[in-house]
Design a protein around this ligand. Sequence first.
Ligand code: BDR
Ligand code: CA
Length: 309
Amino acid sequence: PKPVILDCDPGHDDVFAIWLAAGDPEIDLRAITTVGGNGLLSHTTYNARVVTGLAGITGVPIAPGAAGPLVRVLTPAESIHGANALGGPELPEPAVDEDPRTAVELIRDVLDAAGEPVTIVATGPLTNIALFVRAHPERLPLVREVVWMGGSTGRGNITPYAEFNAWTDPEAVAVVLGSGLPFTMIGLNVTHQVLVTPGVVARIGAAGTRTAAFGVELLTFFNSTYERDQGMPAGPLHDPVAMALVARPELLTTVETRIDVELHGTETAGATSVDLLGKLGREPNARVATGVDVEGFWQLLEAAVRTLS
Ligand code: BDR
Ligand code: CA
C-alpha cells in the first residue's frame, strides 16, 4: 500500500476521504492533518477525531494546522456544512486524542520516518501544505506527489469562477504550484460527476454498520444543503475522489497541463486558470483530472466503508 498523509477540513465529504483512506487496502494512512476551511480549525480537528474514533480507526495521529489562510480571512462554508462543519448527525465524544505536534511537524516526522516517498492528499485549502513548503524546502524530495481536491477547469461554486478550497487560500495554491512538487488537481469539473443520488445513499447504508449509519446522516444533510445552496439535490462528494486517484489511478483520466491561480482578480480571485489548449506557451506544472469512472468510484468507496466499524 501507498503511504499517505491526508490534510483535510472535515466537512462531510472530507469524512469520506478519511474513511476511504482508512478502509482501502491500497492506502496506508499515516497521518491526518487539519486546516481551517469548511469550519474553524477547532471544529475541523474535533470532527476528524470524532469520525476516526467512530469508525474504529486507530493509530493514525491527528494534528491541527493553520487556523486560517496565509493572508486572507477565513469564511467557513456554513451554508453547506453547517455551523460546526459537520451538520446532521449528533457527534459522539471523540475517542481519539489530538497529537501534540502541529500539522507541519507531523508531516515532517512522517516523511522522515517513511523510508519511501509519501503522497499528500489535500482536501481543503492548501494552507498547511504551503506552510510545509516554506518551512521544509529540504524535505520536498520526500513527497511523492500532492493530490488536491480543489479548483476547476471551468466555473466555480463559491463565486462564479472560484472553487471553495482555491478561493479560501489562493496564495497557498500559488506557493504549492511554485514549489515544483508533483501536483495533481481534482477539480469541480470531475467531482460534479460524483453525485450522491438516493441509490448511493442506500448503498452506503446497506453496510449496516455504525459508520454506515452515521454516513447516511451526513449524506442526507449534505444533499439538503446542496439543494438549497447550489440547486443540486444530489450533492457532489468531492473529496474522496482525490483519494481514489491514489488508491486506483485507473479510475481517473488526467492530462499534463498548466495551472495558474488568480490572486488579484476583482471578480475572479481564487479562480484556477487551466490551460487545456496550451494557448499560453507555459511549461506544464500539474496533472489535471478530466474524467472519472463514476460507478468504479462508488464501488471503491462502498467497499472501504464496509471494512470499518
Ligand atoms: C470543496 O469545498 C468543501 O466545502 C468541500 O469539503 C470540498 O473540499 C468543494 O468545493
Ligand atoms: Ca474539504
